[in-house]
Design a protein around this ligand. Structure first.
Ligand code: ZN
Length: 336
């Protein structure tokens, strides 16, 4: 096995994963640099354990400009009481901590996109070292893994929890049952456009029950999407048997599909975005969902982006200006 020949992780946790009680500690990742020769990146982590039972790993801040996860998980870490837990909850509210502190998707240290870096390397960049620690030290402890994303500064989504179609149909059913339990307004059978190096595929390959989310975006978090995240993490803990009680349903969940690559609509020119539909709006195949206006001079016709499928607008480009290659719109098809 590759894991046998890799050097040990340089990351040192200040928590004991096997101790009962609530611990608030740090993952200390050595980072030697000009302004701190023996410096470290200190990643907050909480462990709440009470006896035997399943382990749930809850992660936010995989991308540093997505805020529902950090808000819900810093809040949960502070409020979760040992007595209400059966088993163990491991909480990492801001996994790519340097990116989170910078408010950017990728790390300011090495430009690492953590969710394209898995399984990582113990002898690589800071971002690769974070991925390696999660892969070899946190994922093996977990039965259920939740990674909370939203759209960041450049995308905005209807709020959904999601899992992927998997070859192992038993595992796939476990993942979708957990997605349903999360109780977001939407649930997605998700197709990835760029799955290589994701925490998702790494956790799934290890047989974990894995749930991801896209809860909003635009480089902030709204009251409504924070409430979805807070309710969802507790619902998932109940579903896993770590907390008692049944799932607290929201307003009901609509199931969406991303059946193939036609869901994604990419800009073929730079310009000014005119959104023609809002998130959650119904669209028919052929409807114009966005126009991109040339901005060099007046009098030129905009490029039109038409829905390739019937469904709803599930995601859109967020900033007002578009660059060639940006994802302008994503259509999710609606389950009958
Ligand atoms: Zn993300």
């Amino acid at each position: 096995m590759l894991a046998d020949i890799l050097p040990p992780s340089p990351v040192v946790p200040t928590v004991d994963f096997n101790a009962d009680g609530a611990q608030h500690g740090l993952l200390r990742l050595p980072y030697s640099r000009d302004d701190s020769a023996w410096g470290s990146v200190m990643i907050p982590i909480a462990v709440v354990k009470n006896g035997e039972g399943p382990t749930v790993l809850l992660a936010g801040g995989n991308h540093g400009d997505e805020y529902e996860g950090p808000v819900a998980l810093f809040d949960l870490a502070r409020t979760l009481r040992t007595e209400e837990v059966h088993g163990r909850v491991i909480i990492v509210p801001a996994m790519n901590y340097p990116a989170f502190r910078a408010g950017t998707r990728t790390s300011p240290i090495d430009r690492g996109n953590l969710n394209r870096t898995f399984p990582g390397r113990p002898d690589g960049t800071v971002t690769q070292k974070i991925a390696d620690y999660v892969t070899r030290h946190l994922l093996p402890l977990a039965d259920v893994v939740l990674d909370i994303h939203s759209g960041g500064k450049t995308l905005d989504f209807v709020p959904y929890a999601a899992a992927h179609l998997l070859d192992d149909k038993v595992q796939e059913a476990r993942c979708f049952a957990a997605v349903a339990a999360f109780g977001a307004p939407y649930a997605m059978r998700m197709l990835e456009i760029d799955a290589l190096g994701m925490l998702d595929s790494t956790a799934e390959a290890m047989g974990k029950t894995f749930v991801t989310t896209e809860l909003g975006g635009g480089g902030t978090a709204r009251a409504a999407t924070i409430a979805i995240a807070k309710r969802g993490v507790r619902n998932l803990l109940r579903h896993a048997g770590v907390l008692e009680g049944g799932s607290e349903p929201g307003e009901g969940t609509r199931w969406l599909d991303m059946p193939d690559g036609q869901c994604f609509h990419f800009a073929e020119d730079d310009g000014l975005l005119e959104t023609c539909r809002d998130l959650g709006d119904a669209v028919r195949r052929g409807d114009v969902v966005a126009r991109v206006h040339p901005i060099g001079r007046t009098g030129r016709a905009p490029a039109e982006y038409r829905a390739a499928l019937d469904g709803i607008l599930a995601a859109r480009h967020f900033p007002g200006l578009v660059q060639t290659g940006d994802c302008v719109a994503v259509i999710g098809t609606v389950d009958p």
